[in-house]
Write a protein that binds this ligand. Structure first.
Ligand SMILES: [Zn+2]
Length: 516
């Protein structure tokens, strides 16, 4: 995500003595699963039948910042979303099929769903019982679901979607926003539960097909590859597919009137759309640079991770940001009101590697998205002869408000996911890592990170572990995190951070730096 009016650009210059760091990161356990019971109760009577201990899935995945986001007890593999949206009435009619695998013996399980009226729910084609509790849709199938069993849940629902206002109001709102000519689905961390039933946490990625039926004459743009559009009886159905597992908040649907540009790049389809609410010009030019910028980032981070390219430009004052929706970022037109802006395009495209392909483990790890995307802006600007990365660092350093130095980017707090420390101190941390280990090792770290974690989730401690395995000035690949190799002190003449290269473990704070 990138907000308009990037915070540090307006921040007062006040940071004479400061430390950059992730000090205080609470290291999430990589791969940690929510607490669930999978232990079968001992049966008093020996039996040849497998015994089960059917229990409810939890109402969250255990995210420390947002305990009820996502749900425990199952792993969603795919969502087939069919929605019909009528801008005249604001009514959304949905029919969603989720295929999932039970990760425990399940007596019941939850979806996240905000508002809307659930009409019918079936599990494996048999009617299920449902109740609602806040954002939880609680589904009780007719029989228990054994751990490891694949099951198919279909939910039919409708209603007038309302954007979700996060309980931390600093985070704003997300979900489906009705517009004068259609609708926009966008938001972080809240979005998906506002328009379909979902296991709404980045830890449970899935593949998607999204078929959106809208009045003929309107276009419905979503993630991935366009399968086609078909008009019948005054309604057009647009079918999209995202075949690379996607975190739920990265799904989008934008309905309206657009100038559409299509093409092919590196054998993959390009589909970009600019709202006709803005005149042709800088917005079109900026997202027209998508593939050029993606190729530059690919040269740094490794192969572009998705099956399609593109972007969508909207015009809506309620959405003052751009978001890295998978394979097709959405940009608010205000970014381009003063002319072409490649930086925001570089930011959202960098997220395709850092944020989308590698999603956060928990939301506290968001600097792994935003710090990296901000650093990619600096790299693109330098590549484009718009100053140097060091100058970008110096400016960010000088203009960072005291709050930036009080708040470690790896532990921003739930209300502050999008604060300057996450973006700018995160990017500054990467730059100081680069200075400590040298360019070769630094870019090897970035590429290895993008490769090793592609398609999955990652926590801050895992990045630290990888960085610590990489030798300063080494031209050889870094060793795999978890190996016993010790990093050596900086050998390239650049003053290293005090603790980088120490023999202490990743649980200490390796990026605590002396004042620049
Ligand atoms: Zn971002």
């Amino acid at each position: 995500m990138q907000s308009r009016g990037n915070l540090w650009r307006a921040a007062a210059a006040d940071a004479a003595i400061a430390a950059i760091g992730l000090a205080g990161c609470s290291a999430a356990k990589p791969g940690a699963a929510p607490p669930v019971s999978t232990t079968a109760s001992p049966s008093p009577i020996p039996t040849a039948q497998p015994s089960h201990d059917f229990r409810p899935g939890t109402d969250g995945v255990g995210d420390p910042y947002f305990p009820t986001y996502g749900n425990g007890g199952y792993d969603a593999e795919s969502y087939a979303i069919k929605v019909k949206y009528d801008p005249a009435s604001d009514i959304l009619s949905g029919d969603v099929t989720m295929t999932a695998t039970a990760t425990q013996d399940l007596s019941r399980f939850n979806f996240d769903l905000s508002g809307l009226t659930v009409r019918t729910v079936t599990v494996d084609e048999t009617a299920a019982t449902t109740t609602r509790s806040g954002r939880e849709l609680i589904v009780t199938p007719s029989h228990g679901l054994a751990s490891g069993a694949k099951f198919v849940t279909r939910v039919v629902y409708d209603g007038k979607p309302k954007p979700i206002l996060n309980k931390y109001q600093e985070l704003g709102q997300g979900g489906l926003f009705a517009t004068s000519d259609g609708a926009i689905v966008l938001g972080e961390p809240d979005s998906a539960a506002g328009w379909f039933p979902v296991n709404d946490h980045p830890l449970d990625k899935a593949v998607y097909t999204i078929a959106a039926t809208v009045p003929a004459g309107l276009t419905a743009v979503s993630n991935g590859v366009l399968g086609g559009s078909k008009t019948d009886g005054g309604w057009t159905t647009w079918t999209w597919s995202e075949g690379v597992p996607m975190a739920s908040y990265l799904s989008t649907l934008v309905i309206g009137k657009f100038r559409v540009t299509t093409g092919t790049h590196n054998g993959k389809p390009v589909y970009s759309a600019v709202t006709t609410k803005v005149a042709q010009g800088a917005a079109d030019t900026s997202i027209g640079h998508t593939v050029k910028i993606a190729d530059f980032l690919e040269s740094l981070f490794g192969p572009y991770p998705f099956d399609a390219y593109g972007g969508v430009v909207i015009a809506d004052e309620r959405i003052p940001f751009a978001l890295e929706t998978q394979s097709r970022p959405v940009y608010e037109a205000g970014f381009f009101s003063r002319g072409v802006d490649d930086s925001v395009v570089a930011h959202e495209l960098a997220h395709q590697w850092f944020g989308d392909s590698i999603a956060v483990h928990y939301w506290q790890d968001i600097w792994l998205n935003e710090g990296f995307a901000t650093y990619a802006e600096w790299l693109w600007d330098a590549h484009n002869h718009q100053g140097t990365v060091q100058q970008a660092f110096d400016m960010a350093y000088a203009r960072s408000a005291p709050a930036v130095w009080r708040t470690p980017p790896g532990k921003p707090g739930p209300a502050h996911l999008f604060d300057a420390t996450v973006y700018n101190r995160g990017a500054m941390t990467l730059h100081m890592l680069r200075k400590a280990v040298g360019d070769t090792a630094f870019f090897t770290i970035l590429k290895q990170w993008a490769t090793q974690k592609a398609g999955g989730n990652a926590a801050t401690a895992e990045f630290i572990a990888l960085a610590e395995q990489c030798r300063a000035s080494s031209s050889t690949p870094c060793s795999t995190p978890g190996s016993t190799a010790r990093p050596s002190p900086s050998a390239d003449g650049v003053s290293g951070p005090k603790q980088f290269g120490s023999t202490r473990t990743a649980r200490v704070h390796p990026f605590v730096l002396a004042p620049h």
